[in-house]
Design a protein around this ligand. Structure first.
Ligand code: SF4
Length: 246
């Protein structure tokens, strides 16, 4: 990394720290309204999985500015219920700028020609089907919004309201929200549940890598349940968690 790049990264981190200090303790919709309308106007997008909690941020964005880009990473491995839920929410909320991003066919052909890479090397599968397409989709933006929360898993306990990743600022407006907060918001605004939630899927990713959770388990315990993998890689610098050849 050049000195210029190092300094740019440091400046970005300082900016994220300053934003965290400025917005800490403020209401999620208030934070979003301010950064969508001012701080990152025209250069911000929401990355949404259209999972069990996604309706909250999608609803907030629809009220603030329905033209904000909403990026959905269609890995081509999603449950049909997730795709139907996406279509339902988009229509219901009047979201005007949905960007459904798919993996490059050449990458899939090269790394996952028979569609079973998730069994042999899930990190590489996520890299090809999620991280690379997402990095391309984020190119025009300076900031992206995530739905991550501290309480979802031990691996997320040290996250901050504003963070950096590569050349982007990331904002986690629901960082301190609990499952009850999400349920309360969805009820108050009459938002539909993900169709699989009632079957015990408290966190929904790709079909081959998600199972329902038992009562008392972490919401994300059903993701990559038979491996040590806990994150897909889109939240790592340069997708650095990728391990090839395993
Ligand atoms: S979650 Fe599973 S199927 Fe989806 S991209 Fe990652 S490894 Fe592949």
């Amino acid at each position: 990394m050049t000195t210029f790049e190092t300094n740019s990264r440091l400046e970005l981190r300082d900016r994220a720290t300053g934003l965290t200090q400025r917005y800490k303790g403020r209401d999620a919709e208030d934070i979003l309204g301010s950064i969508v309308g001012n701080e990152f106007a025209g250069r911000i997008g929401l990355v949404s999985s259209f999972g069990t909690d996604s309706a909250v941020l999608l609803h907030m964005i629809s009220r603030i500015d329905p033209f904000v880009p909403v990026i959905f990473l269609d890995t081509l491995k999603h449950f049909p219920e997730t795709l139907a839920y996406r279509d339902d929410l988009v229509a219901r909320l009047g979201l005007c700028n949905i960007q459904t991003i798919t993996p490059r066919p050449a990458s899939v052909q090269a790394d996952d020609p028979d569609g079973t890479l998730h069994q042999r090397n899930p990190d590489l599968c996520c890299h090809v089907r999620k991280t690379l397409p997402m990095l391309a989709a984020l190119r025009p933006l300076a900031c992206w919004i995530t739905g991550r929360k501290r309480g979802q898993a031990a691996t997320r306990s040290d996250m901050q309201l504003f963070e950096t990743q590569d050349r982007w600022i990331k904002v986690n407006p629901l960082i301190d929200w609990s499952a009850d907060d999400v349920a309360g918001y969805m009820q108050a605004h009459d938002l539909p549940e993900h169709p699989l939630k009632g079957q015990g899927f408290l966190s929904v990713g790709c079909a081959p890598c998600t199972r329902a959770v038992a009562p008392g388990e972490d919401a994300r315990a059903g993701r990559w349940a038979d491996s040590e993998k806990t994150e897909c890689g889109i939240h790592f610098e340069n997708g650095k968690m990728v391990r090839t050849g395993s």
